[in-house]
Design a protein around this ligand. Structure first.
Ligand code: F0G
Length: 434
């Protein structure tokens, strides 16, 4: 059977062709997911094939997403691929961060090394490819910043016409600047992310614009490559834990799906446990996994956090995320503003750096180690989702001791590194430097 889209709702499972322009099941309004009929016999050779492709200069092989294209066989061939050489992001050991969290070792998979500086590029290359394959011209997304930066870049590369909807005044400047620079039409809406997503879903249908949010199952497929590449880089040794920040919960859905598929194909021998960390002021999924009644999702009406990337109170992908947490024996933790800010400074002091949302990982790991959920000897990979330069204002304010929480409450600059103003005087500077 050809690859197709299937309703995620277990009591529905309606099927649609992979060329359907749909973001939800027309029968039950459930989420959609891609279903690929894998060539199981061939899968035994894929690890070798993927390794060999690292020696190739062909554009598809140079991409850290399309190198693994056997896992993305949804596009009726690969002639429409839109690539900026995404993926190829490093695994970086962070000994100081490990010590801070109470772990013996900690490795970061840094998605901020992507072409537009976030993990969104892994998914957007697939979303843009699907738009090209379908012959669509206008693409849209609502975003807390990174999706829009990524979509703008891939749309520009593909000759598509991008329209971006962002919450007015609530995205980091680095991200907004990228969207403008890549030439996207940018609408700043007087509403929060959740409200704008509902609006954009309506407009996409009414105006025939292709929606590239993570409700688009092709985005999720592309983001599977983050864990595939991670395992390839580890010579297929499965870590005990993969830790990531959670906002709209597309990424944890992608990781879980990719890992289950790798297990099913015999490419790994067990699943790692997934740990999702949310910002305490925007943590509906944290509450949801703890409540007995799974029939009701406890939406946060006014999400608050300085980690604007994950300032989301009504995450669309929560049913998928719940499945992945349950299947992997995973956990959901939350971190407050001070914990995120300090963890971010520690990641910076490792010479690595990341944006605030990404630092929720380290803050969460520290709490999970303290709580005895993660032993010190655990083999943990934390996924840093965005580049340090995405939100420079936050960093400057933290290090100069003026960072304030969402309600104006002062945050402590625990690991502050304030610049010093000095006169143009060699003696004075020499005296200062000792
Ligand atoms: N980290 C960063 C840096 C992000 O930009 C996002 C999401 C997340 C984590 C959370 O990922 O939504 O898959 O759970 N940013 C989206 C955006 C919402 O519009 O850029 P998620």
């Amino acid at each position: 059977m050809p690859s197709r889209l299937v309703c995620f709702n277990p009591s529905c499972r309606a099927e649609y062709p992979a060329t359907a322009v749909l973001y939800a099941c027309t029968r039950c309004d459930g989420l959609l997911e891609a279903k690929i009929d894998y060539d199981r016999a061939a899968a035994a050779h894929w690890k070798h094939l993927w390794r060999q492709r690292r020696l190739s200069n062909a554009p598809l092989d140079l991409s850290g997403v399309w190198r693994y294209r056997e896992m993305l066989d949804l596009f009726d061939g690969f002639h429409h691929v839109v690539t900026l050489r995404e993926g190829n992001t490093p695994l970086l050991p962070g000994p100081r961060a490990a010590a801070y969290a109470g772990l013996d070792h900690l490795v970061f998979k840094h998605q901020g090394f992507n072409p537009t500086g976030s993990f969104k590029d892994n998914g957007m290359t697939c979303g843009a490819t699907q738009a090209k394959r379908l012959g669509l011209r206008r693409v849209a997304c609502v975003s807390t910043g990174n999706t829009s930066a990524s979509m703008a870049a891939y749309a520009a590369t593909a000759g598509l016409d991008p329209i971006i909807f962002i919450p007015n005044g609530n995205i980091a400047f680095g991200k907004l600047s990228q969207a403008l620079d890549y030439g996207a039409r940018t609408l700043q809406v007087e509403a929060n992310f959740d409200q704008i997503l509902a609006l954009v879903r309506l407009l996409a249908d009414r105006l025939g614009i292709y929606l590239l949010n993570s409700v688009n199952p092709f985005r999720i497929e592309g983001q599977k490559s983050i864990v595939i590449e991670m395992l390839d880089q580890r010579d297929w040794s499965v870590p005990d834990w993969i830790v990531l920040p959670g906002g709209n919960l597309g990424n944890v859905s992608a990781f879980g799906k990719g890992l289950r598929e790798l297990l099913d194909l015999g490419l790994i021998d067990r699943l790692p446990r997934l740990a999702v960390i949310q910002a305490a002021g925007s943590a509906p999924f944290y509450d949801y996994v703890r409540q007995a009644d799974k029939g009701h999702f406890p939406t946060v009406k006014k999400p608050e956090t300085l980690a604007t990337a994950i300032k989301i109170g009504d995450p669309v992908s929560y049913p998928k995320a719940l499945l992945e947490i349950e299947t992997s024996g995973g956990v959901v933790e939350r971190a407050n503003e001070q914990e995120i800010a300090d963890a971010k400074a520690v990641i910076g002091a490792c010479g690595i750096g990341c944006e605030p949302a990404s630092a929720a990982t380290l803050a969460g790991i520290r709490k999970l180690v303290k709580a005895g959920v993660m032993p010190a000897s655990a083999d943990v990979v934390a996924v840093l989702t965005g580049n340090v330069l995405k939100d420079p204002d936050y960093i400057y304010h933290y290090h100069t001791g003026v960072l304030k929480g969402p309600h104006g409450e002062p945050l402590t600059s625990t690991f502050g590194n304030k610049p010093t103003v000095v006169p143009n005087d060699a003696d004075a500077i020499a005296a200062l430097l000792g």
